[in-house]
Ligand binder design. Structure first.
Ligand code: CP
Length: 308
């Protein structure tokens, strides 16, 4: 079995068998990440470019490490010092990378659909590393991997996602991906940060934090996206923390082995207290490790599509 598309643009386009393939492959890759010999030659001779028009630590570094662990030529393009700063458009930038022999472009952009536009115009595979408020498929895949690793599967699990749903590409990708795999997603946010009609994606909108976490197998917090809050949608971070911030007390209503997750970066004391972030139930650091394994699996599967 192989991935059907040359690109990873969103979980919207992946079938459950493809997601299972990626998660299974990530299990093998995680062994390499955790070994003392983080060097295999699966991508020897291949070139991977990371092109980030928005800030990132986890996603960009994990893709770069994933490529390097597998022996690829990994190049990070700094948008601020590239010809983008001279006015070069996205397609011309992509085509320039394409004719240099790039195999995979990993791109983050503030505009929804930007990776889709690039993918249509270049030969190389494109991986969406987050496009505006649309999707962040590789984050959702690493979240799904973390859940599957702990729970063994997805069927019937209750996953509560709490926070800035409106601006969250992580929430959208998780709602799509977890829904396709048989989990039930419950969401809770301030009314001003809850997009109208989001329940049509197959999730359940909760009317209280207690309803969201009650009996949950997974409690996932989301970052307040200050960079996308164009107007005052919350009175203050202090008030947000008081009514929407998660702390240890909220786990009382969830399953006793519930996982605590957050895509990061976390605003400590706003979306979650430090006690919860650093608790035994927290999988937040495990998510970061799993991010490298998932990105290795994706690079491997995309690079191997033609050979397979
Ligand atoms: N979760 C996530 O996308 O983190 P970065 O912005 O650090 O990549």
């Amino acid at each position: 079995m192989k991935l059907r598309s040359k690109d990873i643009l969103g979980l919207e386009y992946l079938e459950p068998d493809e997601m299972n393939l990626i998660l299974d492959m990530a299990s093998d890759m995680k062994k390499i990440v955790q070994s003392n010999m983080k060097r295999v030659n699966y991508l020897q001779g291949r070139s991977v470019m990371t092109l980030f028009y928005e800030n990132s630590t986890r996603t960009r570094v994990s893709f770069e490490l994933a490529a390097k662990y597998m022996g690829a030529n990994a190049v990070n393009i700094s948008v601020s010092s590239s010809s983008v700063a001279k006015g070069e458009n996205l397609i011309d930038t992509g085509r320039t990378l394409d004719v240099m022999g790039t195999d995979i472009v990993v791109m983050r952009h503030c505009q929804p659909g930007a990776p889709h536009l690039l993918a249509k115009n270049i030969r190389a595979s494109v991986i969406n590393a987050g496009d505006g408020m649309h999707e962040h498929p590789t984050q959702a895949l690493l979240d799904m991997y973390t859940i599957r690793e702990a729970k063994g599967g997805f069927e019937g699990l209750k996953v509560a996602i709490i926070g800035d749903i409106m601006h969250s590409r992580v929430a959208r990708s998780n709602i799509i991906g977890l829904g396709k795999m048989g989990a039930k997603v419950y969401i809770y946010a301030p009314a001003t940060l809850m997009p109208i009609g989001i329940e049509k994606m197959g999730c359940h909108i909760c009317s209280s934090l207690q309803e969201a976490v009650e009996g949950a197998d997974v409690v996932m917090g989301l970052r307040i996206q200050k960079e996308r809050l164009k107007k005052a949608l919350i009175p203050s971070t202090e008030e947000y923390a008081r009514f929407f911030g998660l702390d240890l007390r909220h786990l009382a209503g969830s399953k006793k082995d519930a996982l605590v997750m957050h895509p990061g970066p976390v605003n400590r004391g706003v979306e979650m207290t430090s006690l919860l972030i650093d608790s035994d139930q927290s999988r937040i650091t495990e998510q970061v490790t799993n991010g490298v394994a998932i990105r290795m699996a994706l690079l491997y599967l995309l690079a191997g599509r033609e050979e397979n």
